[in-house]
Write a protein that binds this ligand. Structure first.
Ligand code: PLP
Length: 403
């Protein structure tokens, strides 16, 4: 879809004669905008976008307010507030045994979003290829394109009631142009958590082909299924030296509007990412950084409660979807549950999602929107569980009634 209005064949828009650069042409509005608008217009329960309706730690909110009033409102250091870099380094060591120096090996960014963009700009030349697993977070393909590179998507395979790595497909996707592999675990949108043997298979490929790895671990604290565990890729043998680790406070503390993220990695990799980052935003979020430095120190306590909430929502929604006659897949982590909508007679999730507000007063997003490769399972639809219990209950009641 083109956001730039009516354009002629050369992409020229309107009488001023300008046209969008090739690197953004057609990036435009998406199914998310359409569905958010549909939710607004119809008053449907919005389980579309992954915007949390959940609380944040009260002490964290107060700390931000205090920091603002105390005057922490100017540029932070380019690499981030020192106390936050120290808290991130301590977090990696405490949780994963990964040792990063706060000075030089940790970089604070404007959310994971900026970290991803800066990393791909820093690591890709025009013509390079970036591998990611399909379905994937929409920024990956866009960032690769901004860097002049191309995203090559390796579909995750449906395996029983969940998703799994296809190691042969990964091997087949590597070419002499492959430079970077993006690994998102816990995975958005599927809720899959990569298992040890899957990570080892990915590491083998990276070792063999000297790939640099960007890990997106923004859901690291939100693994709520018993038996699943977040394993940091950089902790595998020989992987630390080639891995840019990205995470963020947004999903962990339900503060997605603050946009504080971070990068950990060996100094040369972090320096390269920082070189790009300084000309994207330079630095941001001083009061948030200051407050998050404290919150990250006791994140485990907070996250245990949040996982309980999300697990409850996941169970409520999955059971409700089943009762409504749809077929949910297992989500082990994160904000979303996928469902097969064919039992309602739909082969196309886009049509299902366009009809759903009218039929059941619920908004969802077709999972095909997250696929780069053409062979997406069109019948898969994504529902958010990062909502209030009331929203989930209402959605479930209405889905069952609309069965
Ligand atoms: C939300 C999300 C991001 C973006 O994180 P911000 O810190 O809000 O920029 C990146 N990757 C994945 C997989 C996400 O779900």
């Amino acid at each position: 879809m083109n956001t730039a209005g009516t354009a002629d064949a050369r992409g020229v828009v309107g009488s001023a004669g300008w046209s969008p650069a090739a690197r953004v042409r057609g990036m435009g509005t998406s199914i998310f905008t359409e569905m958010t608008e549909l939710a607004r217009r119809t008053g449907a329960v919005n389980l579309g976008q992954g915007v949390p309706e959940l609380d944040s730690p009260a002490a964290l909110l107060k700390d931000v307010a205090d920091a603002v009033l105390a005057g922490s409102n100017q540029y932070p250091p380019a690499h981030g507030f020192p106390a936050l870099r120290e808290a991130v380094a301590a977090h990696q060591l405490r949780r994963y045994g990964l040792d990063y120096q706060p000075q030089g090996e940790v970089l604070v960014t404007t959310g994971a979003t900026e970290a991803l963009a800066a990393a791909l700009l820093a690591l890709c030349d025009p013509g390079d290829e970036v591998i990611a697993f399909d379905p994937c977070y929409d920024a990956y393909a866009a960032d690769a394109r901004l860097a002049g590179a191309r995203l090559v998507a390796v579909p995750l395979v449906l395996d029983g009631d969940g998703f799994a790595l296809d190691a042969d497909a990964l091997r087949a996707a590597v070419s002499p142009r492959t430079r970077v592999l993006i690994l998102n675990t816990p995975h958005n949108p599927t809720g899959m958590v990569f298992k040890a043997e899957e990570l080892e298979a990915v590491a083998d490929v990276c070792r063999e082909h000297s790939l640099t790895v960007i890990t997106d671990e923004v859901y690291e604290h939100l693994v709520y299924n018993d038996g699943a565990r977040h394993l940091p890729f950089a902790a595998l043998p020989e992987m630390r030296e080639r891995t840019v680790v990205i995470s963020s406070a947004g999903k962990t503390f339900n503060t997605t509007g603050w946009k504080v993220g971070w990068v950990c990695g060996p100094a040369p990799l972090v320096a390269a990412v920082g070189a790009a980052k300084q000309f994207l935003t330079y630095a941001s979020g001083t009061p948030y950084q200051e407050a998050l430095a404290r919150a990250l120190g006791s994140v485990e306590e907070w996250a245990a409660g949040l996982r309980g909430t999300l697990r409850g929502n996941r169970d409520l929604l999955s059971d409700g979807l089943t009762e409504a006659g749809l077929r949910p897949f297992r989500a082990d982590a994160g904000y979303f549950v996928q469902a097969d909508v064919r039992p309602w007679g739909y082969s196309d999730g886009v049509r299902f999602c366009r009809d759903l507000p009218e039929r059941a007063g619920v908004v969802a997003i077709p999972t095909s929107a997250f696929y780069v490769s053409a062979d997406a399972p069109a019948w898969l639809v994504r529902f958010s569980v990062c909502k209030s219990g009331d929203s989930i209950r209402q959605a479930v009641d209405q889905l069952i009634a609309a069965r």
